[in-house]
Write a protein that binds this ligand. Structure first.
Ligand code: MTE
Length: 314
């Protein structure tokens, strides 16, 4: 991603080291200093680890591709609120408390209010869906997410006909999110979807992965998962949802408009100005693979963009 840094020495090595090397270096360090390394690794286990969601049903749209090992999904992250290095979120989010948690729901709806997490997410609605996530930085993974369809959540708020977009906001609290003390982005992190994208049956509000309560570094307690868009649309630790008439600003398109658009649909034909988006490395794989249009979800979502020039609306 585009980061406001001035010196090359400011770039954490995990940003510039290919994932495969980075992981194997971590494993090597782990073996080399076995005893010493093990303690911090165990201590760094996410706060919610091992708390499992019960009675999750298998949802539709799951890929039968091999899921990425949980260890990788939870230790190689982008979550700039906890640092810009891939290994920062697991370390720096360790003490992040997500209870109690509420979400302000506002704007063009009949039922505005501040909803407690427990009221928003009913355990009987939970589904497991194995989705691909493709990051704009050319890595991808396959994750058994646990969540509820965003459409089901939104219907409860009774949007009016003026609700054309939904804007999402991450918690802004530099005391709890140390990365927010640095002007990497204009905090809080914000994202948005067009209403039909939000209501698409693929779009999931995620509260867990691998059957467990969502680890802090993956966006606890609730984050979006929009599998046909680059990962940065899948905003984490959401505290506000606003239903609006006009297209809302989004963190990355405000920060670098020439590099990131509002739609951010995975599109191998539209390159990032500084790199090609034609191929990607699945975490754990050595060789790269071709990136698929809409991340392989074209059958479900291509119709949303009929008639739009996707080279302009990137
Ligand atoms: N949400 C917030 N609030 N802050 C972030 O830095 N990073 C995004 C997205 N959501 C980010 C965020 C990016 S770039 C990616 S690729 C995904 O989270 C990574 O999600 P993961 O940790 O589940 O892999």
């Amino acid at each position: 991603m585009h980061i406001r840094i001035t010196k090359a020495s400011d770039i954490p090595s995990s940003e510039i080291t290919p994932k495969a090397h980075y992981m194997s270096r971590r494993r090597f360090l782990g073996t080399a200093a076995a005893g010493a390394a093990l303690a911090p690794l165990l201590a760094a286990a996410p706060a919610g680890a091992n708390l499992r969601w019960e009675n999750i049903v298998k949802g539709p749209f799951s890929t039968d591709e091999e899921p990425t090992p949980a260890e990788d999904v939870t230790s190689y992250n982008n979550f700039y609120e906890f640092g810009t290095g891939k290994g920062d979120p697991i370390r720096n989010s360790r003490f992040f408390r997500t209870k109690p948690w509420s979400v302000a729901v506002e704007g063009e709806i009949e039922k505005p209010g501040t909803y407690q997490f427990e009221d928003l997410v009913k355990p009987h609605q939970l589904e497991e869906r194995v989705y691909r996530l493709r990051c704009v930085e050319r890595w991808s993974m396959v994750v058994p997410w646990v969540g509820i369809p965003l459409a089901a959540m939104i219907k409860r708020f009774e949007p009016t006909s003026k609700a054309k977009y939904v804007a999402f906001e991450t918690l802004h609290d530099p005391k709890r999110m140390p990365g927010q003390s640095y002007p990497v982005l204009d905090w809080p992190y914000v994202e948005g979807l067009r209403m039909d994208e939000a209501m698409n049956p693929l779009t999931l509000m995620v509260v867990g992965l691998y059957g467990e309560v969502l680890p802090n570094q993956n966006g606890a307690p609730l984050r979006l998962m929009v599998p046909w868009k680059y990962g940065f649309k899948s905003i984490k630790s959401i505290v506000a949802m606003r239903f609006v008439e006009k297209m809302p600003p989004t963190s990355w398109s405000e920060s670098a408009p020439g590099e990131y658009g509002f739609y951010a649909n995975v599109n191998p034909d539209v390159h990032h100005p500084r790199w090609s988006q034609a191929r990607e490395r699945r975490i754990g794989d050595f060789l790269k693979r071709d990136t698929l249009m809409f991340n392989g979800y074209g059958e479900e979502v291509a119709g949303l963009y009929a008639g739009m020039d996707l080279a302009k609306n990137y």
